[in-house]
Design a binder for this molecule. Structure first.
Ligand SMILES: [Zn+2]
Length: 450
């Protein structure tokens, strides 16, 4: 009951919710009688008209991709007829590439419609939110994104969704989950911001993702790991959508950031920082984060630190544009409007400079701010920053897999996961072709076909 209350009162902000101490890292679920994965034919021959097997390198011509038990077994030149009992997937008129990876989504919540979210919040339960998350996951998969990093939502709900996808019970992308974003009191991830007193009290009594001081922030990391988090996200600075007029400046101390990153790394998790202001980004990079989300304001020193530390920038170009449109339409609280304007004005120019300077980019959209399923509209903005279409695709495959630390994703090669998508025509000539994905295979299971 308390959990439902806290989640209901959070008014759209992520909240840890749980009153009790954390459950085991991945609460086990009963095994399904037959998963979608096990129901799929064990052997599939995919005829690809063109195949971008290793984004960054030139595509191959006609190729047969042989998929066995959800993994790529072999690539052969030309179209090879399948043996008896094997299934043929005919993409001979299509351009085939690895399943896309979005490193920044929020599957929890309505997504892209903050006014509706606020109006319905008091009449929806955590169970309703989970149903919405299931729909968001399916939309994301059908848009060609076979792996996502969920960077903030109900930790138990997203963990359950992650495991249901993994079992093959629910159609969705593979989820790498952060649980709730770690934040200081009054910061971007404090679910009590701007709420009336009795509701703020209820949220503050139960949220475990808010911390003040290094020791408390170590506790907060451990609490998210205890709830099943596979990556740790923290708010180094203020954020656009939180209902607090604190601006986009640094919110956490360097000591707090170091404590978070050290604890995450010691527990085998990567750490990523939500950060807008340059001093927040610099402090997070000095603390050793693996990536920065947004990075709206980047000065020369921040860019130097990115390169020196080998950290990635996750650009989320479409997020401030979506937030600004919502703010101007009156869908966001007044505190968010100047922040949306400031972030939208700064982000593109900062990223243009960072890309030209050689900073590593890994694809992420912050979908949930924008609508789920529109993730691929990010690509055109990346090309506008100065990337070639090939480089933009590489950021959402090879580079994203590198940042995740997953060597089974991002390319189509023997021994890798059979995550692949197809479009009509080459996205290397027009990257917006990725906005209309014709075919999706996730772990060897066809999730979308024409
Ligand atoms: Zn986000």
């Amino acid at each position: 009951m308390l959990r439902t209350l806290a989640v209901t009162l959070a008014l759209g902000l992520s909240t840890a919710g749980a009153a009790q101490q954390a459950a085991p890292a991945s609460a086990p679920s009963p095994a399904p009688a037959a998963s979608a994965a096990s129901a799929a034919p064990a052997l599939i021959y995919v005829h690809a008209g063109q195949l971008l097997d290793r984004p960054g390198a030139p595509p191959r011509g006609a190729t047969t991709v042989i998929v066995r038990d959800g993994m790529v077994a072999e690539l052969r030149d030309g179209f090879v007829a399948p043996p008896p009992g094997a299934r043929l997937v005919d993409l001979s008129q299509r351009f085939v590439l690895p399943g896309l990876i979005d490193l920044h989504v929020h599957l929890w919540g309505i997504g892209g419609d903050p006014l509706r979210e606020r109006l319905t919040r008091l009449n929806t339960d955590s169970a309703d939110d989970l149903m919405t998350a299931v729909t968001n996951a399916r939309r994301t998969l059908e848009a060609g994104f076979t792996t996502v990093r969920d960077l903030g939502g109900d930790p138990r709900g997203i963990r359950a969704l992650r495991d249901a996808v993994e079992r093959g019970d629910v159609a969705g992308p593979t989820i790498v989950n952060a649980g709730s974003m770690i934040s200081v009191t009054g910061g971007h991830g404090d679910g009590g911001n701007g709420l009336a007193e009795e509701w703020a009290d209820a949220v503050h009594a139960h949220q475990i993702n808010v911390c003040d001081g290094p020791d408390d922030c170590r506790r907060a990391v451990r609490a998210q790991v205890g709830l099943g988090a596979q990556v740790i996200k923290f708010a180094a600075t203020g954020g656009v959508l939180s209902n607090v007029a604190g601006g986009l400046g640094r919110a956490m101390t360097p000591e707090e950031m170091r404590a978070i990153v050290e604890t995450a790394h010691a527990l085998g998790r990567k750490a990523t920082a939500h950060s807008h202001a340059a001093d927040g980004t610099r402090a997070a990079l000095e603390a050793g984060v693996d990536s920065i989300e947004h990075g709206s304001y980047l000065d020369d020193e921040a860019i130097r630190l990115f390169k020196a530390r080998g950290a990635y920038l996750v650009p989320t170009e479409i997020a401030p544009l979506a937030a600004l449109a919502q703010a101007r339409a009156g869908a966001l609280p007044p505190a968010a409007i100047p922040k949306a304007e400031a972030a939208a004005a700064a982000l593109h120019a900062s990223h243009r400079k960072a890309w030209a300077a050689g900073v590593k980019f890994a694809f992420g959209t912050d979908s949930g701010v924008s609508r789920h399923g529109d993730n691929a509209t990010e690509f055109a903005h990346l090309v506008d920053l100065g990337m070639t279409p090939a480089q933009a695709i590489r950021s959402a495959t090879v580079a994203a897999a590198e940042l995740l630390g997953r060597d089974d994703l991002g390319v189509i090669a023997p021994g890798k996961r059979a995550d692949l998508i197809a479009v009509a025509g080459s996205p290397l000539a027009d990257v917006r072709r990725l906005e209309k994905v014709a075919f999706v295979m996730h772990r060897g299971v066809v999730a979308k076909a024409e």
